[in-house]
Design a protein around this ligand. Structure first.
Ligand code: 16G
Length: 184
């Protein structure tokens, strides 16, 4: 298996988002199709393993020693499921991924056999802060979850980031997030 440019999901899903429904304000104006000078917003592809995809994830949490083969197998699993929407922003001059976020669509029997969206791994390279990329990714994935007919979309975040997520219509739930960790 050799890394290539095959997208994880159909890029038209991003191109066809109704950006007028976005609730966050951008100054200067940017959008999924025009994320900023020298930047491209697109689905993850396996070549991103050579564009610093893991380096950026490691700014969020532990990544571990992942081989290219492991990465490609996981990518293949996600692609086949059709429920994983990992987006990246690439700086095309540097050939580096500078931001990423993931939407996972979970299938339910409840709410009329509906779907729930989960937003995960939102991370912007620390040298690329101030370009509104976190805001852009959040807006894009929130709109995408709506387009994919999720009845709700949720995320977990640190208390200091609550105000950021409120800009997109997220409110703190009265449910408590609980976890049982098996390893880091
Ligand atoms: C944050 C992330 C979550 C990620 C977790 C990793 C967002 C909105 N939340 O909560 O997606 O999985 O950090 O932390 O990006 P962990 O390694 O402690 O599980």
């Amino acid at each position: 298996m050799i890394p290539d440019e095959t997208p994880l999901f159909d890029p038209r899903l991003l191109e066809e988002l109704d950006w007028t429904q976005n609730t966050a304000s951008f100054c200067p104006a940017i959008s999924p199709v025009h994320p900023g000078d020298g930047l491209v917003l697109r689905p993850l592809c396996t070549s991103d393993v050579n564009r610093g995809f893991f380096k950026i994830l490691s700014q969020l949490t532990t990544v571990g020693d992942v081989t290219t083969e492991q990465f490609m197998k996981k990518f293949d699993h996600m692609k086949k499921s059709g429920d994983y929407f990992v987006v990246v922003v690439e700086d095309i001059n540097l050939g580096q991924v500078v931001a990423t976020a993931t939407l996972i669509v979970e299938h339910k029997f409840i709410h009329g056999c509906s779907k729930r969206g989960r937003i995960e791994e939102v991370v912007v390279h620390d040298e690329c802060r101030g370009k509104q990329l976190g805001k852009l990714l959040l807006s894009v994935l929130t709109l995408l979850s709506k387009k994919l007919e999720c009845y709700k979309v949720t995320l977990e975040c640190k208390p200091k980031n609550v105000a950021f997520y409120e800009k997109f219509g997220y409110v703190a739930s009265d449910e408590t997030y609980m976890q049982s960790r098996f390893f880091d």
